[in-house]
Design a protein around this ligand. Structure first.
Ligand code: S3P
Length: 171
């Protein structure tokens, strides 16, 4: 697989809490790739948490930063890139995503709810009725996420198991 990939970047897309960072890190190790997380890069560059950026500058500004990071790390040869859940929203981001292999990690809203129950780092989930909000976000974004080259449906328990790449990827 490593030979086949020839350092082609792999972009992981999907909802918050879908395991992009966890899976991305394991995948990078398996492939001897580097691992990058766009949210982490933004926080390092800005020296602020994502929640603070949303509060102080608003979502659109955050989306600008996200796009800018994605474009700047290009060409990320030999990288597994975990992207923020909203990266698929801007069509200009797709020109970068299309330079690599895009993998959609798909988990159910109920799984995301379980994982993010006490998580305050996702500004889009703060406030009333987070489940409804998640469902709305997922429904709006599903046509975008499914533009990915590879669609992987994950169940609740993948994190506890030691899965192989072949098991993750449902070609
Ligand atoms: C967002 C997902 C977050 C982060 C920000 C917005 C989204 O990233 O970029 O809170 O719009 O879905 P993760 O998908 O890594 O949680």
């Amino acid at each position: 697989l490593q030979q086949l990939l020839q350092k082609t970047p792999i972009y992981l897309v999907g909802m918050m809490g879908s395991g992009k960072s966890t899976i991305g890190q394991s995948l990078a190790t398996k492939l001897s790739y580097s691992f990058l997380d766009t949210d982490q890069v933004i926080e390092q560059v800005e020296q602020r948490k994502i929640t603070e950026i949303f509060e102080q500058d608003g979502e659109e500004k955050f989306r600008d930063m996200e796009s800018s990071v994605l474009h700047r790390i290009q060409p990320c040869l030999g990288c597994v890139v975990s992207t923020g859940g909203g990266i698929v929203l801007r069509s200009s981001n797709w020109t970068v995503l299309r330079s690599g292999i895009v993998v959609f990690l798909d988990v159910s809203v109920s799984t995301i709810m379980k994982r993010l129950l006490n998580d305050t780092s996702r500004p889009l989930l703060q406030g009333a009725e987070p489940q409804k909000r998640l469902e709305q976000i997922r429904n709006t974004r599903l046509p975008l996420y499914t533009k990915a080259d590879i669609h992987i449906r994950l169940n609740d328990s993948y994190m506890e198991e030691q899965l192989t790449l072949e098991q993750w990827i449902d070609w």
